[in-house]
Design a protein around this ligand. Structure first.
Ligand code: TNX
Length: 536
């Protein structure tokens, strides 16, 4: 018999659990790095004590949120205490190797959580929540299966992009989304704040951005390639006040999620031009676009454009305290720059080869502005064309080529290839049971199978891959229910790719866990697509 099969059988016999039983008993997503099944259960009862150091602020909030969740499910209010009896104990342990990692020891007698940082404590709490039955009987002990878990993430960047430019989504929805992301240990929300069809951030220095740029007259109906074109005649728009954005940053931070704001330039900028046409290359009356697709009107590399961006970057930095600003850089048609006498003169003056090098010049200028505001930039992989800005991180979306090239140049990179991580694509081959989408096909097993580290990268280069991101572009996602349907359960599969080592990934095992785990999505009132096999 094959050695590994024999070993597996021996292991299964020794633990007394088949793989399906183990997955069903510990339905944790993403799958922990090390999980050792144990016999018995810990019973959370009215007498359970929860022990932690209340003087430590973030920890205090993490534990009280967990206790509130237990109370909601059981009707019990586990109390604080000191005794070592039936208890859940949170212990800081600086000796843990990974700062986001944790150890969880559940036995019939007690639950002990060890963590080096608050982030680790937070993730341990999410694992505990996933081990709890979502709908226990009120007033009955809540059983946690005994286990030893040692866990830490594979990647430091585990992101989701939400495009709030094509369709505006209210703050309440973003909070619901953040709650679910945190539950699956995703740590970054990339907010796509502007595009040709809308600008979404209140600006104090350039108020026409939100007054004019946040609204479009109407929206094209059906797929963008449908002919004849039809429009719905209904204005669409909205923007977030600075106070709302700060509140979101805080809300995300409490869930150990950083928000990366994207101000997409110099392309995808028609809404900016509708508000401030002077930043374009041609005299024109620009409007906020009512159609999808790549638009030719882009920002002009004039000094007044850079002064504008300096001011916007200052506002963005004031709202978003994180390390990164995403500056877009994708899909920049060069038509206007080719037509513009100013641009042609600038190319000559700076001794640039062509419009691609002019784009590179534009991005370098924006990088300088971001650095002056204390931020690092992330850009889409087009920023490689004409030469990378010195410290830029590259988001590889047109496949993996850009990410590979960036990593080889020892630039950090985040893998978001359309084919493997775009959750705006269809999820089945029978499109009739799904909302209209951009096109393409990303079923659950494909997003699950993705490995963000391409085989051809040497280990010394592979370390520049910070992580991966799922992207929800919303041209065709017009409402919250559809956004949820597109996101789940694909985000569960994605979360495992972002967190768990390849050796820990196993699709049949994932499906068994998912079947249990979706109960939590139901509990959150989260819609999800029903297109997944039931598991074994
Ligand atoms: C390409 S991904 C875009 C977006 C679209 C998306 C649709 C990227 C950097 N640009 O503007 O929404 O395709 O799938």
């Amino acid at each position: 018999m094959h050695g590994t099969i024999l070993l597996t059988i021996v292991l299964l016999l020794s633990t007394g659990l088949s793989f399906a039983q183990e997955a069903g008993r510990y339905p944790v997503i993403p799958r922990p790095a090390v999980l050792t099944p144990m016999d018995g259960n810990f019973a959370v009862t009215a007498g359970t004590q929860v022990i932690w150091d209340r003087r430590q602020e973030p920890l205090h909030n993490i534990v009280t949120a967990l206790v509130a969740d237990i109370s909601r499910r059981t009707g019990f209010s586990p109390g604080g205490g000191k005794s070592a009896g039936n208890s859940i104990r949170f212990v800081r342990d600086a000796g843990l190797p990974n700062t986001a990692g944790y150890r969880l020891d559940i036995s019939a007698a007690a639950v002990v959580v060890r963590f080096a940082t608050d982030t680790g404590a937070y993730y341990a709490a999410q694992t505990l929540r996933q081990l709890m039955p979502p709908h226990p009987q009120k007033g009955k002990p809540l059983l946690l299966p005994a286990v030893k878990i040692e866990d830490y993430p594979r990647f430091v960047y585990r992101g989701v992009l939400l495009d709030v430019a094509r369709h505006y989504f209210p703050v309440s929805f973003i909070k619901k989304y953040l709650d679910a992301m945190a539950f699956y240990k995703i740590n970054t929300l990339h907010l796509h704040l502007n595009d040709d069809q809308g600008w979404r951030m209140e600006s104090r220095s350039y108020p026409r951005l939100h007054q004019i740029g946040a609204w479009r007259k109407e929206t094209v109906v059906g797929h963008r390639t449908d002919r004849p074109e039809r429009f719905n005649g209904t204005p669409h728009g909205g923007y977030y006040t600075q106070a709302e954005l700060k509140e979101l940053v805080k809300y995300a931070g409490e869930r150990f999620i950083a928000i990366v704001p994207e101000i997409d330039v110099p392309g995808h900028s028609q809404a900016i031009l509708a508000a401030y046409p002077q930043f374009g290359c041609i005299d024109s009356t620009y409007t906020v676009s009512t159609r999808w697709g790549v638009h030719k009107d882009i920002l002009c590399p004039k000094e007044e454009t850079f002064a504008f961006l300096r001011s916007i970057m200052a506002e963005v930095s004031d709202i978003f305290p994180g390390k990164y600003i995403h500056i877009g850089g994708d899909e920049v048609p060069k038509d206007r720059w080719k037509q513009s006498a100013f641009c042609q003169e600038l190319i000559r003056k700076l001794s640039l080869k062509d419009e691609h090098e002019l784009q590179s010049y534009f991005i370098r200028r924006v990088e300088d502005i971001a650095h002056a505001a204390g931020k690092q930039i992330i850009g889409w992989d087009e920023i490689l064309e004409g030469g990378l800005a010195p410290n830029a991180t590259v988001m590889s979306w047109r496949g993996e080529k850009g990410g590979i090239a960036a990593a080889r140049q020892h630039h950090y990179t985040i893998m978001t290839p359309v084919q493997h991580t775009y959750i705006n694509l269809y999820q089945t081959s029978d499109r009739k049971s799904e909302p209209l989408s951009n096109g393409g096909f990303l079923p659950l097993n494909k997003i699950y199978a993705y490995n963000p580290v391409p085989q051809e990268l040497a280990p010394a280069d592979a370390q520049y891959i910070l992580g991966t991101q799922a992207c929800l572009w919303t041209e065709y996602v017009t409402n919250e229910a559809d956004a949820e349907f597109m996101t789940f359960p694909r985000l569960c599969a994605f979360a495992e790719t972002a967190w768990s080592e390849t050796a820990r990934k196993n699709y049949p095992d994932f499906l068994v866990r998912l079947k249990e785990n979706v109960q939590h999505l139901k509990d959150m009132g989260m819609r999800f697509a029903p297109f997944f096999p039931e598991g074994e």
